[in-house]
Design a protein around this ligand. Structure first.
Ligand code: ADP
Ligand code: ASP
Ligand code: MG
Length: 416
């Protein structure tokens, strides 16, 4: 007998027909003798709809009430799946975040899981029931409902797997694994059999939304074995324990790690670029820009400071999440005197393209291949940032798909 967590995303839960097919898949795992906890997302599009209601009700909505509203989508699908399982002859019970309980911080809309009380769940599993758990939600120390940030059901599933000491956490979605890049953009993307935690963490953080970044960090910390696989397969699909999807693993499980230069490419259209023109070139000038942004909880990503002009002033360019652009401009304008810039220009029509691979540690030339390939296509690079296993460039948004495709070919990632 194995203990497994099965997580089903929004498209997998979109409608009663899909939920029935999820129930059939869960039933197969139970019939194979496994103890199963299922974590579910809201139906596709539902969370967006609920967020829309909050915005419509008030642009300055209370995050505590936002969480009450947006957590509702998962409450519905968890109940429906329990009903579908019972109808299929499988004993099942749903457990909302506050019922288990899944304790989180009180950072509403982006809460962190602190503890999962396993007593009720263990009793339910021991009694042979499937536990159905709504993803994305928890409860804070005041007993109020919290949510974990968009895409957070992945994190719920990994946290549940860690708490249950599960043998595997299977993330069922609408693609059959992690690919070298988004297969919806590059049809020649290749499916990866294995990818390291570290690479998946980088890929997720630079835009590969197949797993929420925090879920990968948690899996790495807790050593949870995560598999990404498709829920869109028939009754004759191979069982999950034959590992038909992509496994996220430690580096020691990858045989020839150094031979692969680049593992994957991701893109992110959700950043905005800000340039401050003619900032004084003196000690403390950069701190005067970024300290107030940090105080306002705005995450700055790429930063470039140009060479000083003759007038001992310089231009500073950086990116922030597009959703934080208006607030960033406000904060910077408030501090205009202290910073001393002449003009602020901004641009949301940018995209960040990133190439990721642990092979970069032992190979030179990754960045230059990227720059040359983009240059040959006439794609201008507006900013660059690097880490040990990643190179990112900022380009004009219209070139996103082209850039991802030509880089995919240039690094030899295309499927045959
Ligand atoms: P779910 O609703 O199941 O959580 P998501 O929409 O959050 O699913 O994530 C799955 C999507 O991630 C896929 O449909 C795919 O378009 C996208 N994606 C982006 N990058 C990748 C990648 N490298 N490999 C696989 N899928 C990717
Ligand atoms: N339903 C939530 C969202 O759309 C959480 C999730 O699906 O992971 O963000
Ligand atoms: Mg998702």
């Amino acid at each position: 007998m194995a203990r497994i967590v099965m997580k089903f995303g929004g498209t997998s839960m979109a409608g009663i027909e899909r939920i029935r097919s999820v129930a059939a898949r869960v039933k197969r795992e139970v019939a194979a003798g496994n103890q199963v906890a299922v974590v579910v997302s809201a139906m596709a599009g539902e969370t967006d709809r609920l967020v829309g209601f909050c915005r419509e009700a008030s642009s300055l909505y209370d995050p505590k009430e936002y969480d009450v509203v947006v957590s509702a989508g998962e409450q519905i699908t968890s109940g429906l799946l329990a009903i579908a399982l019972q109808a299929a002859g499988v004993s099942a019970r749903s457990w909302l975040g506050w019922q288990l309980a899944i304790s989180t911080s009180d950072a509403h809309a982006s809460a962190r899981i602190e503890n999962i009380d396993m007593a009720a769940l263990e009793a339910s599993l021991a009694a042979g029931e499937v536990a159905v758990i709504p993803g994305f939600q928890g409860v804070d120390e005041h007993g109020r409902v919290t949510t974990l940030g968009r895409g957070g059901s992945d994190t719920s599933a990994v946290a549940m797997a860690a708490a249950m000491k599960a043998d595997r956490c299977d993330i069922y979605t609408d693609v059959d694994g992690v690919y070298t890049t988004d297969p919806r953009i590059v049809p020649r993307a290749r499916k990866l059999k294995k990818v390291t935690y570290e690479e998946m963490l980088e890929l997720a953080s630079v835009g590969a939304k197949v797993l929420q970044t925090r879920s990968v960090g948690l899996a790495m910390k807790e050593g949870v074995r995560v598999q990404v696989l498709s829920s869109f397969t028939g009754e004759d699909a191979p069982m999950a324990d034959t590992l038909p999807g992509t496994m996220i693993v430690g580096e020691e499980e990858i045989e020839d790690m150094e031979s692969q230069l680049i593992t994957g490419i991701a893109h992110d259209k959700n950043e905005a670029k800000i340039t401050l023109i003619a900032v004084p070139d003196k000690p403390g000038a950069v701190a005067a820009i970024f300290a107030p942004l940090a105080d306002a909880n705005i995450n700055v990503d790429m930063i470039i400071q140009n060479i000083a002009h003759a007038a001992r002033s310089t231009d500073v360019t950086f990116t922030v999440p597009a959703a934080d652009l208006a607030r960033s401009i406000e904060v910077l304008n408030q501090g205009r005197e202290a910073i001393g810039f002449a003009e602020l220009v901004h641009d949301t029509r940018v995209a960040k393209i990133s190439v990721v691979g642990v092979g970069m540690r032992s190979h030179a030339g990754v960045a230059s291949t990227m720059f040359t390939t983009l240059g040959e296509r006439g794609i201008n690079i507006q900013a660059i940032s690097t880490s040990e296993i990643k190179v990112s460039v900022l380009i004009e948004e219209d070139y996103t798909e082209l850039a991802v495709r030509v880089l995919h070919t240039a690094y030899g990632l295309d499927a045959d």
